[in-house]
Design a protein around this ligand. Sequence first.
Ligand SMILES: [Cu+2]
Length: 483
Amino acid sequence: MTIDRRSLLKYAAALPVAGSVPHRVLADADPPTQKADYTLRMATGLVELSPEHIVSTTLYNGQFPGPLLRLTEGKRVVVDVYNDTDTPELVHWHGQFVPTEVDGASEEGTPFIPSHGMRRISFVPKPTGFRFYHTHIVPADDLSRGTYSGLAGPVYIEPANNAGAYDREVFLVLKEFLPSLSRGGDMAMDALVGSAIKELQEIGRKADAKFKGPKGYEVDYELFAINGKMLGHGEPVRVKQGERVLFHVLNASAGEIRSLALPGHVFRIVALDGNAVPTPAEVPVLWLGTAERISAIVEMNHPGVWVMGDLVDDDRRRGMGIVVEYAGATGKPRWTKPKPYRWDYTLFGRPNPTSAPPDETIELLIVKENGALNGFNRWTLNGEAFSMETMKPIYTVHEGRRYRLKFRNASDDIHPLHLHRHSFELTHVGGKPTAGVVKDVVMLGGFQEVEFDFIADDPGMTLFHCHQQLHMDYGFMALFDYA
Ligand SMILES: [Cu+2]
């Protein structure tokens, strides 16, 4: 259910141009309308990353991250979303199976939340696990908007029955602040297993020869934070020896790949993108592509005061970390660099890596056209950059069929590939077959291939895109329509 146009205008009229009004007033003004379960209000606000670093950006409810929404699987939720900014906005319910008018992608037909207006949305949360919400507008070269802003917050959808093999949960939202354009940043090339495929390197070389000139723009950041606090400035994660802490980690970056380690401890991965993995496994380092989530249990068996932080020294020094402090331990937080560790999704797959055969396979070749659009790289899928003007769907799927998407990356960038309103099962990644790992974002390594299957079980326009904001804004998107 969405609010009808008449009520929407009524709400909009009741809203002041600036400032905030308690939403009770609005509820009283419209008695037949039930009270929303949650209210999200988008407005400019300040985030105190540290006493010396206070940044201004757009936020949900004046805070970063936005409030944790704890929803229950199958129990309908009503959310009122107010937009106190000067531009239309969208809230995307990342990783949930929701209708197109709720999902929060204009490409699928979701209505915008008008500037200084509001929209009531209602949906049945699913599937269970760690999801999130974030803005889904197209900022292009405006680094104050889109996922460059503070518009992101965690969602946890409670399962009917909780596994409960942990003592408590801690949510960590990783995020960069103060973005600026640069020429050619460096990607974490040592993040993933698998090796470059010669044929894809050759295609990349040919594209580079055609699109010569300076390197396309990338985005750099000045400050880094976990839960809106630079390392050493927030409350530490306080733990007791022997405790099992379940960390839910979200990479809410606009485009960075992040790593995280806790010296002397291992992470037992229990869920990826909120979905339980078939084979929980222990790893020394987490790698998360943009928009990926990892749920991992850490057994606290190495007392001390530690830095849980990014492997990149510069990013950690500028804030990407959080202190983990054992009860009774004192002293300065310690960091020791872990050995290099490459992320391998197949570790968490079924022992027998056989997945159901697809009804159809769709192959997509990803090519970078260096600096082709006003100095920005343009991205093409099978030779076509997504057009915001035509919004033309490139594939038609049939309900109930199983589709295998095979992506071939002819660029050196890692791409966090994301499919809306559906989950997918990884079937081939880093040169290896796999099965049983269900996700909604997957990192595709430079000059590598990845294959995943999705079942067309949620009719309606469905958006696919790279979650790197610069990539999606400059061509790296595609629409799937249902027959
Ligand atoms: Cu990308």
